[in-house]
Design a protein around this ligand. Structure first.
Ligand code: HSE
Length: 340
């Protein structure tokens, strides 16, 4: 399988490491062998080689903070769209920064790749939250797959669970903690760190978005809520159609006060149905300490799914991180090309 990376930041590198680490399992158990033929990144530069790029060298080069072309291959002069146009790849891996307002440049990358007949795997929330229906139809018409497991709860298999494992169930409500950064900040603030210190740590661990405002204002959780509303509930709404409030109004003293009353602040995303209407929201809520969501700490995420078949199903797992989000892309790649 010939692949190109569009975006080689935290997530792209997380996937590259896993492709190297799992090489023999992928070949032995799924008959999958990957050749990377291009990497395009606005900060790290671009390299292209139809014969194949050494991913180990690419990872070592970016680790040294050198441009990719100074250690891993020949410099590619064009931009991402030019590479997608030129590359004869089977899959385009889109892991550029999320822009929840415009969904660009990721949407253009995805459209171009689908037009070229490539499967697309993305962790970019913008295109799915804004243009899921259009992109999905485009992919169907072209007979390619458009997969985005990592957009909600990183590698924790939420979309696969909802779309496949809970087959024929009616999903009545989804509710939970959908942003790792804010949950991490609230956790550390409760332990005594200031808001700024906690945010800095979340950035160091690679949880936060490139513009962390998107996390703390609730926009990242809103994007995920919108993705679930569209993909699982068939809603047509765009992110800012739903009410959204982040955690910037929550002080350390409010957190301590809530705790003294047996409560804990969590940023809660929720999607539910009222008749035929799909409703959604993101807002901080004081959760009773005895509730399962109150015990979900750090960058961990969790959702409770209310179904007509099983009642409530709760899934708890990582919601952000390099290896965790890289893993979601690996799972999508296996779905596209793996043979059991
Ligand atoms: N910034 C996001 C978070 C990354 O903190 O959850 C995963 O989408």
């Amino acid at each position: 399988m010939r692949i190109i990376f569009i975006g080689f930041g935290t997530v792209g590198q997380g996937l590259a490491e896993l492709l190297l680490e799992k090489k023999s399992i992928l070949l032995k158990e799924y008959g999958l062998d990957f050749t990377t033929i291009g990497i395009s990144d606005t900060l790290k530069g671009s390299i292209f080689n139809p014969e194949g790029i050494d991913l180990r060298k690419a990872l070592d080069t970016v680790k040294k903070e050198a441009p990719l072309s100074e250690g891993a291959g020949e410099k590619y002069p064009g931009d991402a769209l030019a590479m997608i146009q030129e590359a004869n790849a089977d899959v385009m891996l889109e892991a550029t920064y999320t822009d929840i307002k415009t969904a660009e440049p990721a949407t253009s990358h995805i459209k171009k790749a689908i037009e070229r007949g490539m499967h697309v795997v993305t962790t970019n929330k913008g295109p799915v939250a804004l243009y899921y229906n259009e992109l999905n139809s485009l992919a169907k018409n072209k007979g390619v797959q458009f997969l985005f497991e990592g957009t909600v709860m990183s590698g924790t298999p939420v979309l696969n669970l909802l779309r496949e494992t809970l087959a024929a169930s009616t999903i009545q409500e989804i509710k939970g903690i959908l942003n790792g950064t804010t949950n991490y900040i609230l956790t550390r603030m409760e332990e005594g760190l200031s808001y700024e210190e906690a945010l800095k740590k979340a950035q160091e661990f690679g949880y936060a978005e490139a513009m962390p405002d998107a996390d703390v204002l609730g926009w990242d959780a809103l994007a995920k809520v919108t993705i679930l509303a569209k993909v699982i509930f068939g809603a047509k709404g765009k992110p800012f159609d739903y009410p959204c409030e982040g955690i910037t109004g929550i002080s350390s003293s409010a957190i301590a006060d809530a705790k003294s009353r047996g409560k804990r602040f969590k940023l809660i995303g929720k999607i539910w149905k009222e008749g035929n209407l799909v409703k959604a929201s993101v807002e901080p809520a004081e959760i009773d300490l005895s509730h399962p969501l109150a015990g979900v700490m750090g960058a961990t995420n969790a959702i409770t799914i209310t179904t007509d078949t099983l009642g409530e199903v709760t899934i708890v797992g990582s919601g952000a991180g390099k290896r965790e989000t890289g893993y979601s892309m690996l799972v999508d790649l296996i779905k596209i090309g793996g043979q059991k």
